[in-house]
Design a binder for this molecule. Structure first.
Ligand SMILES: *Cc1c(COP(=O)(O)O)cnc(C)c1O
Length: 431
């Protein structure tokens, strides 16, 4: 008897769809989700005690691998001192200081509990700071599930977008403008039409919620120029890319190619919590001082800056700061991506892939897509075969073709080599 199946049917009786976040249900790929019993390093074991090489890593946070000893020790110590106080602690200052050192575009940061909360609060802050209502987002970028951000494009720029979820009233999204990623003419047109009413432009600089798509340097340059010119704030949603693609986040990657580049507000999550519920948003002092209790923009949280979560985040960030950490992680990720590409080519499977730091994506397409409609041209049936082929052989990648993948410091060269060998075998049955 498959224990995952048993757990899944038990879960479905009491939790909608059997899961607490939809993608976990394997709906896109079919089959039974693996219920995780425990995890260590690059692996987790499911209910049947089957081992998997984990390329999801809790959707990004587990950059050190599971159960890193320094992190475990910090969390254990914190637990003994108390779970939650609803009063300030020194550890919150330490984590804030650590984050600000890594991300120089921020002078101040506010800690919250989830990426959704951070992105939603960043939008409120941008609106409060500018006194404007409209915002731009891009199709295929995900910023959590706040109402105003659950929008897809309408039929044209002049029309309103459509909610991507039931329960989101049209009035709530009427200030949200949805544009195509990497489309400069459309961006310019939107600023021409709405520039004076725009509070912010929110973007995933390397979009990890439509697999892996980079904003091109010319596109990002234009985003920055137009925001500055029209007095709108450039909000970088780095919940996924933050401390994952580089120690200084994706903005440091763009700053290499665009002199003086910096966003106005940065949203962080995932890695900065090291696997605990922790996220943040920050920016220059003049913007951040709009937040309560200093300013008129209200934002709060019972568990914000939680002492156990901050201990976990701090211990994680301190490991990332060790010399050579990101070089080694990048090299490993590159090795995986190059190996997969070579194996696919050898087996005659259309394949393209990209990576930055410890984040990667691949497509069953000849060339890398630049926007959401092209991502969605991927062959879903073929992806599902690939997914299950890998899963059956002990390699766990995201159960949907529009998700990025993650390598951790705990993945060994042998893990990578084994993954490539397994993928070659699965590719041979795909072509
Ligand atoms: C994961 C993610 C979020 C949402 O974070 P949660 O912690 O799941 O609420 C927001 N933005 C991006 C870019 C993300 O990848």
């Amino acid at each position: 008897m498959d224990l995952n199946e048993q757990l899944f049917s038990r879960a479905r009786a009491v939790i909608p769809g059997g899961v607490n976040s939809p993608v976990r249900a394997f709906k896109a790929v079919g089959g039974t989700p693996r219920f995780v019993k425990r995890a260590q390093g690059a692996y987790f074991w499911d209910a049947n005690d089957t081992r998997f090489i984990d390329y999801i890593g809790s959707w990004g946070p587990m950059i050190l691998g599971h159960g890193h000893p320094a992190v475990v020790e910090a969390v254990q110590k914190a637990v003994m001192e108390g779970f939650s106080f609803g009063a300030p602690t020194e550890r919150e200052i330490e984590l804030a200081e650590e984050i600000l050192q890594l991300v120089p575009s921020m002078d101040m940061v506010r800690l919250v509990s989830s990426g959704t909360e951070a992105a939603m609060s960043a939008i409120r802050l941008a609106r409060g700071a500018t006194g404007r209502s409209k915002l731009i987002k891009f199709e295929g970028c995900y910023h959590g599930h706040a109402d105003a951000l659950l929008v897809k494009a309408g039929s044209g720029l002049a029309t309103f977008g459509n909610p991507t979820s039931a329960g989101v009233p049209p009035e709530v999204i009427k200030h949200t403008i949805v544009l195509e990623y990497n489309n400069i003419p459309q961006l310019e047109e939107a600023f021409e039409l709405h520039g004076k009413d725009l509070a912010c432009l929110m973007i995933e600089p390397i979009a990890g919620n439509m697999n892996f798509v980079r904003a091109s340097v010319p596109f990002m340059t234009r985003c920055r120029e137009l925001c500055t010119q029209h007095g709108a704030l450039l909000v970088f949603d780095e919940v996924m890319t933050g401390c994952r693609v580089a120690l200084g986040c994706a903005q440091s990657v763009y700053a290499k190619n665009i002199p003086g580049f910096a966003p106005d507000i940065t949203v962080l999550g995932k890695v900065i919590g090291g696997g605990m519920p922790l996220a943040a948003f920050g920016g220059p002092r003049a913007i951040m001082e709009n937040l309560a209790p200093l300013g008129p923009v209200y934002q709060a949280g019972t568990l914000s800056g939680n002492p156990v979560a901050t201990a976990c985040g701090l211990a994680t960030l301190r490991e990332l700061r060790k010399p050579g950490f990101f070089d080694a992680l990048s090299l490993k990720t590159r090795k995986l991506v190059d190996g997969l590409s070579a194996a696919a080519t050898e087996q005659g499977v259309a394949f393209s892939a990209d990576c930055e730091g410890g984040m990667f994506g691949f497509f069953l397409l000849d060339t890398l897509p630049q926007n959401y409609p092209t991502v969605m041209k991927s062959d879903g049936a073929k992806f599902n075969k690939l997914f299950h082929g890998l899963l059956d052989r002990g390699v766990y990648i995201a159960p949907a073709l529009y998700e990025a993948g993650f390598v951790s410091a705990a993945h060994s060269d042998e893990d990578i080599a084994q993954t490539i060998a397994i993928a070659r075998e699965v590719f041979s049955q795909l072509a």
